[in-house]
Design a protein around this ligand. Structure first.
Ligand code: CIR
Length: 259
């Protein structure tokens, strides 16, 4: 029912872009084994995983979320805000083009997938250093025929909108309010706030009724359990040193079930 597109960790990961996280040594061998465990965890939640080979020339290419958006009706090749990341997406777009009609964000638009949170037919897009107004305007036009609305959400002190907020159940968001300059677009949703000591804890990948979640945020994890959320945890410490999180390592597509 679900397919996940992932990409193996680049041997050049230590040369990644960093914006809000200080550079620290990354163990690429450990990053690879953590990524493999992440893929197995996705499989355990019912995803078929399409794993693309590592790209030695693109340090951040494991973070496939940023190079494309996937909706039930259509996929969109983004134009990442960091110049070093443009060109990472080609093989991802080729796979997506075989599964969905493929549209594109064009120059001068920039858009990182990490800035895009889709809840039903509402698409929230971070107003961040990576995603600009032209990118949001293009996305609005591309998605309008499919009935989606696109709303900008101002973030602060974090890389992407999905650093600050992700969906963990039908009407429930996991949020770090300190990283949202304006939370009003999310009025009406049930909110679980991260523990104030775990500022990076708002990023979870939702697969059906479950979420995949880093194992290093015990206090927020307890809040998720209290809220009745079904959580599978993974260790992604080396990917977090590259300012990655759990959503960024996969692109999830709903795929047709056979009758
Ligand atoms: C970057 O700065 O682009 C990468 N080092 C991290 C990207 C993480 N992407 C994501 O959370 N969607």
């Amino acid at each position: 029912m679900w397919t996940a597109i992932t990409r193996e960790v680049s041997p050049a990961l230590a040369g990644c872009e960093l914006s809000f996280v200080p550079r620290s040594p990354i163990d690429v061998v450990l990053a690879r084994s953590q990524h493999a465990a992440y893929c197995r965890a996705l499989e355990s939640l019912g995803c078929g995983v399409i794993q693309l080979p590592a790209l030695p020339d693109y340090p951040d290419s494991v973070f496939v979320e940023d190079v494309a958006l996937v909706f039930d009706e259509v996929a969109i090749a983004t134009r990442p805000g960091a110049e070093s990341r443009r060109g990472e997406g080609d093989a991802v777009h080729e796979v997506l083009g075989s599964l969905r009609p493929l549209l594109r964000i064009e120059t001068p638009g920039t858009l990182d997938g990490g800035d895009v949170l889709c809840i039903g037919k509402r698409v929230f897009v971070g107003i961040s250093a990576r995603s600009n107004e032209a990118g949001r305007a293009q996305l609005r036009e591309l998605l309008a025929p499919y009935g989606y609305t696109v709303e900008g959400v101002a973030t602060r002190e974090c890389l992407h909108l999905k650093s600050a907020v992700t969906q963990v159940a039908g009407d429930t968001l996991l949020v770090n309010p300190a990283w949202l300059a304006d939370a009003s677009p999310f009025a009406g949703y049930r909110m679980i706030e991260v523990d104030p000591e775990e500022e990076h804890a708002a990023n979870a990948v939702r697969v059906g009724d479950a979420i995949l979640y880093p194992d290093c945020f015990p206090k927020t994890l307890a809040r998720l359990h209290e809220a009745g959320i079904n959580v599978t945890t993974v260790d992604v410490s080396e990917l977090q040193k590259a300012e990655g999180a759990v959503t960024c390592c996969s692109l999830l597509l709903r795929t047709a079930t056979t009758a």
